[in-house]
Write a protein that binds this ligand. Structure first.
Ligand code: GDP
Length: 174
């Protein structure tokens, strides 16, 4: 049995749904009262990836209530994958993704010097008042080196597990 230990970061502006995502993915629940994290929240999840492989995920929720804060290098150290999240009803949170990705690429890299696999997640797609159109997301994702992007709804549990599987798949294939 092969066992992998993967540190994965979840970054993005405050209020986009990072803590809810982590909570949903780890516990399978969505709690409207789940409060904003201050600092770093940390969770573990074990995946039975295949007959021969187990994956232990170390998930770091890097909360920023500010629009964008540059993170200390210590948060990025040893990270093998990353989720950059925004809220489709907030164009400001979408614009911030450029800064989050740049900060990540400046401070985290794989031992071979390449940038770490990063997926772009467009959360709250259950809400009717979306302001960020899919073609803008697609263009942005391709131009900024994301492995791919996905629409998710933490509230409706849409694409949460799928997004993490896609990221883990990419990390393991590096
Ligand atoms: P964080 O600051 O990025 O960690 O965001 P939170 O996880 O605290 O979520 C911010 C707010 O968005 C909370 O009120 C959540 O209930 C809400 N929220 C999170 N995900 C969704 C979603 O998929 N749909 C909707 N409608 N609300 C969501």
């Amino acid at each position: 049995m092969n066992e992998h230990l993967l540190k994965i970061l979840i970054i993005g502006d405050g209020n986009v749904g990072k803590s809810s995502f982590l909570h949903r993915y780890v516990n399978g629940q969505f709690n409207k009262m789940y409060k904003m994290t201050m600092g770093v929240d940390y969770a573990l999840k074990l995946l039975h990836w295949s007959d021969k492989e187990k994956v232990r995920l170390q998930l770091w929720d890097i909360a920023g209530q500010e629009r964008f804060i540059s993170m200390n290098r210590v948060y990025y150290r040893g990270a093998l994958g990353c989720v950059v999240m925004f809220d489709v009803t907030s164009s400001a949170s979408f614009l911030s993704c450029r800064h989050w990705k740049r900060d990540l690429d400046n401070k985290a890299m794989l031992p071979n010097g390449e940038s770490i696999p990063c997926i772009l997640l467009a959360n709250k797609c259950d809400l009717p008042q979306r302001v960020v159109p899919p073609d803008s997301i697609d263009k942005f994702s391709k131009a900024n080196g994301f492995i791919t992007w996905m629409e998710i709804s933490v509230k409706e549990n849409k694409n949460v597990g799928e997004a993490m599987r896609r990221l883990v798949q990419d990390i393991l294939s590096v």
